[in-house]
Write a protein that binds this ligand. Sequence first.
Ligand code: FAD
Length: 459
Amino acid sequence: MVGGGPAHDLVVLGGGSGGYSCALRAAELGLSVVLIEQDKLGGTCLHRGCIPTKALLHAGEVADTTREAARFGVRAEFGGIDLAAVLAYQDGVVNKMYRGLTGLVNGRGVTVVTGRGRLTSPTTVEVDGETFEGRHVVLATGSAPSTLPGLTIDGTRVLTSDHALRLEQLPARAVVLGGGVIGVEFASAWRSLGVDVTIVEALPRLLPAEEETSSARLERAFRRRGIGFRTGVRFASVEHTGAGVRVQLSDDSVLDADVLLVAVGRAPVSAGLGYEEVGVPLERGHVVVDPLCSTSVPTISAVGDLIATPQLAHVGFAEGILVAERVAGLPVVPIDYAGVPRVTYSEPEVASVGLTTAEARARGYDIDEVQYDLAGNGKATILRASGAVTVLRAKDGPVLGVHLVGSRMGELVAEAQLIYNWEAFPEDVAPLLHPHPTQSEALGEAHLALAGKPLHVHG
Ligand SMILES: Cc1cc2nc3c(=O)[nH]c(=O)nc-3n(C[C@H](O)[C@H](O)[C@H](O)COP(=O)(O)OP(=O)(O)OC[C@H]3O[C@@H](n4cnc5c(N)ncnc54)[C@H](O)[C@@H]3O)c2cc1C
């Protein structure tokens, strides 16, 4: 006898982006669904990730705009940052989205169980002594901040992104360990809010997974903004001083700061949850799945940050939907992860889809590439923004990658992902109109140039 009542079609463990999207789609398809969450529906993205960080970045943008108002002929005085009010704004956004999500999940008839779940067999999850049985189980327990050997997170001086979002006082000086997406976004937001920031990145450039020219443009912009960064150098140790922290680097240099933010990646949450005991294979903590998110246990799937795919909310959504449709018996195809749009929401934003030039060459493509500088774009000039749109195509073939750097470029990558995923040729895109004056015209101009008929291009 099962404590949670008769068997359901689906039991989902974890109510973040991956888990709740799976539950919503499955319920929409008429399946009976139990969704188990130990904390709040919405997971990392809604409560400690995407949404609060973007609210923080927006507060920073407002601060920068206020400081620079005179450049636009507007008299305004920047009086400083009220961090409590920034947090209240951030929480207001999160709470509104949380209420909406809770209503959506309840409205679809998903049974939500609050508590810590543990996998007990290929078809059951136990929560506080009660067993929930599903024809199928979906593991979606997400990820948590990683650290480095010799680095103890204390939550006051040595922080993860979770702590950094809840600070009651802004540090005067901060060292950010890690020049990936999360480190770069915090450095950008904190600088806008008046913090003196230095990023430390072991690899030779910021955002090392992005196109090399995108990193170079970001670094140039960060230099102009007074954001310090040390690349190609590793963290050695951290020592607490009376006033803050002293960070020692591998080249024997030292950085003093009030706080150290550790942004060196996120590790899957898979330990102690019964996965291995039930025979679910793990590799470096990630649940191992096939291209349709199925584990080698036929009744168990896994989605989101728990599996070794890009750690992005929209990837979790797509995987959750894929599993729901597969379990419901609909035809499904694997996700093309190169076709997933990626955005770093710093100022400037860095966005991309498809292959980098190095990846395209490694795959044997002969490529043509156009870089369209935003200096030629009316809207970017109005915004006083700089950056570039880079598009690469296979010679006489489709678009292979789009790389964007500039203010608000995250919005433009939505069009770029259609172009890439539909395997469009620049000649297909060239006749399509872009509204004037918008920054999207730069995308149009780059395709015009690649199709051999540049419009606003010098030389
Ligand atoms: C600072 C930061 C900024 C980010 N910004 C972006 C962004 O701008 N865009 C973007 O696409 N992505 C962003 N991400 C990444 C995004 O948040 C994750 O990719 C996404 O949340 C992954 O979803 P998930 O469902 O796999 O895991 P999670 O969101 O981590 O959800 C897992 C859920 O499972 C629950 N859980 C775990 N174990 C159990 C258990 N035993 N029983 C019950 N419940 C359990 C947890 O409480 C959690 O709610 C950001 C991440 C961070 C940290």
